[in-house]
Ligand binder design. Sequence first.
Ligand SMILES: C[C@@]1(CC(=O)O)C2=NC(=C\c3[nH]c(c(CCC(=O)O)c3CC(=O)O)Cc3[nH]c(c(CC(=O)O)c3CCC(=O)O)/C=C3\N/C(=C\2)[C@@H](CCC(=O)O)[C@]3(C)CC(=O)O)/[C@H]1CCC(=O)O
Ligand SMILES: NC(=O)c1ccc[n+]([C@@H]2O[C@H](COP(=O)([O-])OP(=O)(O)OC[C@H]3O[C@@H](n4cnc5c(N)ncnc54)[C@H](O)[C@@H]3O)[C@@H](O)[C@H]2O)c1
Length: 152
Amino acid sequence: MKKNFLPISINIEGQKILIVGGGESAFKKLKILQRFGAEVEVLAIDVSDEIKQSGIKYFETAYQKKYLTGYLMLYSCTNNYELDKQILSDGEKMGVLVNIHDKPELCQFVSPAIYKNGKMTVAVASNGEDVYESIRLRNKISEFLTDNFHKN
Ligand SMILES: C[C@@]1(CC(=O)O)C2=NC(=C\c3[nH]c(c(CCC(=O)O)c3CC(=O)O)Cc3[nH]c(c(CC(=O)O)c3CCC(=O)O)/C=C3\N/C(=C\2)[C@@H](CCC(=O)O)[C@]3(C)CC(=O)O)/[C@H]1CCC(=O)O
Ligand SMILES: NC(=O)c1ccc[n+]([C@@H]2O[C@H](COP(=O)([O-])OP(=O)(O)OC[C@H]3O[C@@H](n4cnc5c(N)ncnc54)[C@H](O)[C@@H]3O)[C@@H](O)[C@H]2O)c1
């Protein structure tokens, strides 16, 4: 079924967010979420050293549905498509919003390309259909704003 993603801004200051998967993609996602004040936790069979050293709470274990309790939302960055399908189904049942990294067909929400400067945020998205165009447009906007308004 065709998806229609509504762009909204959610307050995640102090909210618990779970990342399933502990590799490079999970680390990138962690950095973005921390910029917005979330209390991020990571659950994965193997958690990378850079995630361990970032000081966040992590669980080095295999995913199970019971671990979803208490989270506002969840980002899955695993390397297992069947597991990702299961996580989406579990999230829907448990009332946890699910994003499966780079898999729009398994996402309840998608992440836009962001330019953030103080309280102002510009978010560019393509309804999950053309991420490279989102990144290109964000970069153009970012250059324009930096040149015209945010010169140091
Ligand atoms: C904007 C950003 C936000 C973020 O992730 O926070 C984001 N992707 C980012 C980066 C990025 N994504 C990809 C690469 C190349 C990596 C590589 O190949 O090495 C890089 C570059 C990189 O990693 O540097 C590949 C990719 N991504 C998706 C697919 C599948 C597909 O499109 O079908 C494919 C494979 C495409 C192909 O077939 O080639 C899907 C999604 N990516 C989205 C968001 C959502 C759509 C948003 C929208 O509506 O436009 C959506 C639908 C789901 C989601 O993940 O939420 C972040 C910008 C970081 C920044 O610069 O700030
Ligand atoms: N690395 C990138 O830059 C990149 C770029 C584009 C797309 N992707 C996609 O993003 C996803 C993740 O990429 P990555 O490079 O971070 O992968 P990775 O292989 O480094 O990490 C996968 C993580 O999933 C965990 N995992 C697997 N099965 C699990 C289970 N049952 N329970 C708990 N944890 C489990 C592993 O322990 C590991 O920490 C993949 O689908 C990949 O195709 C990654």
